[in-house]
Design a protein around this ligand. Structure first.
Ligand code: 13P
Length: 251
């Protein structure tokens, strides 16, 4: 059966020293407890190697927040999936709405990134979600379905089974305007049905679907209590150990 997962996305926050301090604080907080979910932290590229060396990666998985859509070569400034894997990171966040909106990431690009991540043994945490205008126009289900179809439905059932999805309505990211538990459940159930229609019920039932967008210590429990919400992808509230631990302990 699918796993419950609480994953942090630090975005472009924290110096290396600050990041190491937060990671070691989380590591200490989790040292003598077994949470009821998998724990992942997504950090800037330059933090990855230092953080994986400083923590128990069996307890806290480490994620990159992106990887290149090319294997290797003359792509100045890019970081490949192989390089990410070589740091000891096991996950990569792909398709975040900030990358789609600010860095022009299309489904075609994301398809290549997903393929390279999987080739290098990384687990993609693949983000999908509609903007406010799309929800207000009643197009949110179609938008999310298309995002999944275009970037992921070329995968074999076996490879699709390695993907973690994160539904992040763009209007809820960093706005303090969380989706209601009903809105989250409704979309997560729709996503699971979309997967079932393509790959069958077993694959769909085994896929973890996280919610992201102003999920915090105060609302995580209610969001996670929905049958199709298998955890969270947490931005702002993952930047402090105490709020992130409260979200982990919501399971
Ligand atoms: P916030 O939790 O800050 O709204 O960010 C959510 C997010 O984008 C996680 O990827």
């Amino acid at each position: 059966m699918r796993k419950n997962i609480v994953a942090g996305n630090w975005k472009m926050n924290k110096t290396l020293q600050e990041g190491l301090a937060l990671a070691t604080e989380l590591n200490a907080a989790l040292a003598n407890v077994t949470p009821n979910c998998d724990v992942v932290i997504g950090t800037p590229f330059i933090h990855l190697a230092s953080i994986t060396a400083a923590i128990d990666t069996n307890k806290i998985g480490v994620a990159a927040e992106n990887c290149a859509d090319k294997k290797s070569g003359a792509y100045t400034g890019e970081v490949s999936a192989e390089m990410v894997a070589s740091t000891g990171a096991k996950y990569v966040i792909l398709g975040h709405s900030e990358r789609r909106a600010y860095y022009g990431e299309t489904s075609a690009i994301l398809k290549d990134k997903v393929a390279l991540a999987l080739e290098n043994g990384l687990t993609p945490i693949f983000c999908i979600g509609e903007v406010l205008e799309e929800r207000e126009a009643g197009k949110h289900f179609d938008v999310v379905k298309t995002q999944i179809e275009e970037a992921l439905f070329n995968l074999s059932a076996e490879d699709f089974g390695k993907i973690i999805l994160a539904y992040e309505p763009v209007w809820a990211i960093g706005t303090g305007k969380t989706a209601t538990p009903e809105q989250a459940q409704e979309m997560h159930a729709f996503i699971r049905k979309t997967i079932a229609d393509k790959y069958g019920k077993e694959v769909a039932d085994n896929t973890s679907i996280l919610y992201g967008g102003s999920c915090n210590a105060g609302n995580a429990k209610e969001l996670f209590s929905n049958p199709d919400v298998d955890g969270g992808l947490i931005g702002g509230a993952s930047l402090k150990a105490d709020s992130f631990m409260t979200i982990i302990n919501a399971f």
